[in-house]
Write a protein that binds this ligand. Structure first.
Ligand code: H2U
Ligand code: ZN
Length: 351
């Protein structure tokens, strides 16, 4: 007879329905993972304006350009872009063994605010809404180039994630081919849509909202949850309630609701270890200028590395590099911890 499947204590694998990959969960290793210990880090006393910062208004960047005296956000072409617009088309294939393809693209940097000392959760709802609107505008402008096939909007936050500057900012990379993660997610969503005639994430959201085990919170237009297949300890997703293929379809009230979800989620993150919580985050949406993708459902991923405190991070090593992603604390446990945290920033409370 089949035994009750205890996701809380039996080692098991879970399927990432978006990529088709699996993760090994070993919940028995940490029956009580939370030690309740929070290391007090030295408070960062960054100035509102830093004369040495390449993102602050009026300062000179690496290529000699001078930033304008901007008041909200500021977008410029990355001075060290990983992708270049003038790359000629080219292909290499030697005996199907040495295979390469030229990649054309365009990289931009977005400063979220003129204030050097803030981070996303510390911006006001209005300021975050303005950032979300800039994302939508940039997306639409980039999609107007018919050679661009995919637009990746993302943010690296914190030194630990390779972020080069604490001034609040994000990036956009737009390119002439469709990147790996998008190829995987497109295929899985397409297959699901072909069979069920509804988006994979609409169905997933419905089930998660019914179960209420991994939901952090929801607002009028978005749900924030720890996905069933989360790899990073406190990995989350923001999923739009409405099935739209991209940020270009969001109405003004959806953009505002997205800003609200971003503010609440990133505040909870900061409150978890009372630190500026590092992560890589970004939105996934349908490719552009490449036919129809009715199956695509807009969403955002947050991949934060911290495990147990402001300094103890999860490493992807050994078994994970060679065989399979693995985690100890369950996604349900992570969701419960994040759900319980306040949406008021700890610095506000201490002030
Ligand atoms: P990250 O902090 O996520 O690395 O993004 C900052 C980007 O800013 C980085 O890609 C660019 C870097 O190339 N940059 C400029 O475009 N101009 C500068 O003067 C410094 C950094
Ligand atoms: Zn700055």
């Amino acid at each position: 007879m089949q035994q009750l499947f205890d996701l809380d204590s039996n080692p098991h694998t879970r399927l990432n329905i978006l990529t088709g990959e699996q993760i090994l969960v070993s919940p028995h290793r940490t029956k009580r993972p939370w030690q309740g210990k929070v290391e007090e880090l030295s408070p960062d006393n960054r100035p509102v304006y830093d004369p040495k910062c390449y993102l602050c208004p009026g300062n000179v960047r690496a290529d000699g350009a001078v930033n304008p005296d901007y008041t909200h956000s500021f977008v410029f072409k990355n001075d060290f872009a990983a992708l270049l617009e003038d790359t000629p088309e080219n292909k290499l294939n030697e005996e199907d063994l040495l295979v390469a393809s030229a990649e054309k693209g365009l990289c931009k940097v977005i400063s979220f605010s003129p204030k050097h000392n803030l981070t996303l959760p510390e911006l006001s709802l209005e300021e975050i809404t303005a950032v979300v609107k800039v994302w939508q505008k940039e997306y639409e402008e980039l999609a107007a180039h018919d050679w661009i096939k995919y637009i990746q909007i993302f943010e690296n936050k914190g030194e630990i994630m390779g972020c080069s500057n604490p001034h609040p900012h994000g990036q956009i990379w737009a390119q002439s081919s469709i990147p790996q993660e998008i190829i995987k997610e497109s295929e899985r969503q397409k297959n699901y849509y072909a069979i069920h005639r509804r988006s994979l994430l609409s169905a997933y959201l419905k089930l998660e909202l019914k179960k209420q085990e991994r939901i952090l919170f929801e607002n009028e237009h978005f749900v924030v949850l720890v996905p069933f297949w989360a790899v990073w300890p406190y990995e989350t997703m923001i999923i739009s309630k409405r099935h739209v293929t991209g940020i270009n379809f969001f109405t003004a009230s959806e953009l505002e609701a997205l800003a609200d979800a971003l503010k609440k989620l990133t505040t909870k993150y900061d409150n978890l270890f009372e630190t500026s919580f590092p992560y890589s985050a970004g939105m996934h949406q349908a490719p552009v200028n490449n036919g129809e993708y009715p199956e695509w459902h807009w969403h955002m991923h947050f991949y934060p590395p911290l495990l147990r405190s402001a300094t103890v991070k999860k490493f992807m090593v050994g078994y994970e590099l060679l065989a399979n992603a693995q985690r100890d604390i369950t996604p349900e446990y992570a969701a419960q911890r994040l759900r319980e945290l306040s949406v008021e920033h700890y610095k506000q409370k201490k002030a």
